[in-house]
Design a protein around this ligand. Structure first.
Ligand code: ZN
Length: 209
């Protein structure tokens, strides 16, 4: 068992086509934000959409578990310090985020709410230097598909850069951005998340809010 996470460090706009679909410029350095432990929940439990948003978007992402403490880490320390991976959803209240962005305000309400980070089980042994495919199907249709070679900043580069600002503690998570195709979820939607063409997870959106 790994220690409980203290935080998830997430990155916005790490896939070019996703930045473009939301009309955002390609950032030249990673745009980080955090999710608290209260956002993390098991992927297989029904997804709960908050009542105060009319547009909660799915963002399928690769999550990486931090094994060793990383603070201002070298590339070697980062390579030794990251552990298994999992598939995750970075649920985003897009309508709320849009209002906050327009005012130049922080995104926490839109990104860090309760159960905003459904997380699948950890998978050992995947090579982080090789492209890892992520695919999200909703009601049987592929909505998002991409792989980690399409990232603007690599997994190791993200962890190294993040560790300059936030100490990554064992048990913490790094979320690495979403490929294009994000969109709103509706009550009753059936989701299938596929990691590396091999691990498949089913979940659904709850009917109540
Ligand atoms: Zn995201």
């Amino acid at each position: 068992m790994s220690p409980l996470p203290q935080k998830a460090v997430c990155v916005a706009r790490n896939y070019r086509a996703h930045a473009q679909e939301l009309g955002n410029p390609i950032p030249d350095e990673p745009v980080f934000f955090l999710k608290p432990p209260s956002a993390i929940c098991p992927l297989e439990e029904p997804l709960v959409l908050p009542s105060w948003s009319n547009s909660v978007h799915h963002e399928i992402e690769l999550a990486v578990l931090v094994k060793n403490r990383l603070s201002n880490a070298s590339l070697e320390e980062v390579r030794a310090g990251l552990g298994p991976v999992a598939v995750a959803l970075d649920l985003t209240a897009r309508d709320i985020q849009q209002k906050l962005k327009e005012k130049g305000l922080p995104w926490e309400k839109a990104k860090a709410f309760d159960r905003a980070l459904p997380l699948g089980p950890w998978i050992e042994g995947l090579d982080l230097d090789q492209p890892i495919t992520l695919e999200l199907k909703i009601n049987g249709q592929t909505r998002q598909k991409g792989n980690t070679s399409q990232m603007i900043h690599s997994i190791f580069a993200l962890a190294q850069e993040a560790s300059r600002y936030f100490t990554l503690e064992p048990g913490d998570l790094l979320l690495t951005g979403t490929p294009e195709g994000v969109g709103p979820l509706a009550p009753g939607d059936q989701l299938e998340l596929i990691l590396a063409d091999r691990w498949r997870y089913l979940t659904q959106v709850a009917h109540g809010r």
